[in-house]
Design a protein around this ligand. Sequence first.
Ligand code: HEC
Ligand code: HEC
Ligand code: HEC
Ligand code: HEC
Ligand code: HEC
Ligand code: HEC
Ligand code: HEC
Length: 323
Amino acid sequence: MYARKKSWYHALLLAVCWVLPAVAAAADSAGPTPEMLEKIRKANEECFSCHSQAGVQHPPKEGMDLKKLAGLTKDPEAFKGSDHQRLACTKCHNEGYDEHPHAAGAKDATSTCSDCHSKKADRVEKQFEKSVHAKNLADKFTCTTCHNPHVMRIAEKLGDPSKIVQQDNRVCLSCHDSDEKFAKFAPEKKSRPLIDDIHEWLPNTRLHWKAVRCVECHTPAVGAGEPLSHEIVNKDKAEKKCVACHTGNSALKTRLYRHLVKDEQQKYGFVNSVVLANSYVIGATRNPTVDTLMIGLAALTLLGVLAHAALRILMAYLRRRTK
Ligand code: HEC
Ligand code: HEC
Ligand code: HEC
Ligand code: HEC
Ligand code: HEC
Ligand code: HEC
Ligand code: HEC
């Protein structure tokens, strides 16, 4: 009798242990309620009342160092579109910012990425440590060197490839296309190698910078469905083969276009229309009409060459006859 009671008790205990974390997780993934979001928005507006262009122009308080404040503005619109739009500023800027002047040393208590993203950061850190930047610029280069937490938006949420390319390449080009910023990070290097010179083997580099990301060629391949690696590789390991992208089975399907491909596959069960719809990636476009047209053109060209040759032989023969 006692044994049965105990097992019943155990079952209940087990059930509670299973259910409680599930409830907590559900609450977590549901995110903040509309009331909480409204409270967060109001609190953030408080910060923006100083930390925005409008704040610098119409400061809510007298006697502030406006020149300094002008260098510390954030764009409220950009923040609204960022990954962290639903966070209170004070989630990352911890104690000491509710009052102004802010508490001395408040900056030291700013949360780091791994405080909130420990699992992702674990994976990313291992890759980042092998990257050219972590190796060559050890202490100067951190997550926030590339990630502006007030602005950046994950590719999956941006959706549009041209927006993804623009956002992610802006990060790389902000140094690799700027003498001033590059020198700040590598003062010992006499001059910055020009980005178009380094890639002179690539036709129309500026068009490629708008159509594909640097990380498409400068990170090692990963399995399907996995996020891109953070291991930025140097010239020996970078992708130089045109057919990696300009082919029916373009690498871009598992990289830049992967989020679209997922939708597309669910909708139509095939994927090349994604590549076709977003840009005319020569070779990757398997459109039957275009293919027939191309084959037709090639056949015509061949015919033209043959006719030309035949004509020349005939002319030579006639010339010899008339002599
Ligand atoms: C009344 C205006 C005002 C408000 C409101 C305000 N700040 Fe500031 N903040 C400043 C000024 C001015 C500075 C420049 C340095 C200083 O005077 O402390 C500054 C500096 C900062 C810095 C840079 C600190 C450093 O040491 O580099 C951060 C981060 C910051 N504020 C965050 C916040 C956050 C988060 C909020 C909202 C919770 C907020 N501020 C609200 C005026 C304000
Ligand atoms: C997800 C975390 C996070 C959130 C949310 C966040 N910040 Fe920041 N913020 C940071 C980090 C990290 C830095 C330091 C960046 C660096 O090292 O370059 C920073 C820097 C700043 C600075 C210092 C100046 C600068 O440009 O480097 C100001 C001012 C600031 N944040 C204001 C805000 C305001 C206002 C909000 C809310 C609208 C906000 N932050 C929300 C993480 C955050
Ligand atoms: C205070 C906690 C906190 C800090 C610190 C923080 N984040 Fe976040 N981050 C969040 C939350 C919450 C979300 C939003 C999740 C959602 O809305 O679905 C998020 C979303 C993201 C996303 C997109 C969502 C995804 O699936 O990955 C990225 C990327 C990201 N953060 C990167 C960073 C980086 C890089 C840093 C350091 C500069 C950072 N975060 C610091 C809390 C934080
Ligand atoms: C050299 C620039 C660079 C550095 C340094 C960097 N990132 Fe990223 N990160 C990117 C780019 C570009 C993407 C967009 C890739 C994508 O979404 O396809 C990204 C995406 C992410 C994502 C979302 C996709 C994923 O992998 O889950 C997270 C989370 C992230 N970074 C965290 C970090 C953390 C943590 C660090 C520091 C250890 C860091 N990043 C350092 C450039 C950088
Ligand atoms: C904050 C500035 C900065 C950003 C942002 C940045 N880089 Fe760099 N990068 C440098 C500097 C400086 C070097 C030179 C390091 C050295 O060799 O001393 C470098 C080196 C490199 C190298 C290797 C060059 C060599 O000589 O071995 C590659 C490849 C590279 N970066 C690609 C990228 C890509 C791709 C991105 C964007 C995801 C990026 N970088 C973002 C500053 C930056
Ligand atoms: C189409 C693929 C591709 C794209 C896109 C690409 N790169 Fe490269 N990159 C390479 C290859 C391949 C090399 C090596 C060239 C060589 O061996 O001459 C290289 C070389 C470099 C180097 C010099 C590395 C060294 O060790 O000397 C840097 C820095 C660099 N790239 C940065 C970038 C940045 C920043 C972007 C984005 C604006 C970018 N790359 C886009 C393929 C690419
Ligand atoms: C990382 C992927 C990638 C690699 C590698 C790559 N390309 Fe491209 N390329 C693209 C994309 C995407 C476009 C589409 C641009 C657009 O929207 O029209 C493009 C466009 C082009 C164009 C059309 C330019 C124009 O003026 O219209 C040519 C030519 C081209 N690539 C040649 C090459 C050659 C040659 C190589 C190898 C040396 C190469 N590409 C490597 C992705 C790539």
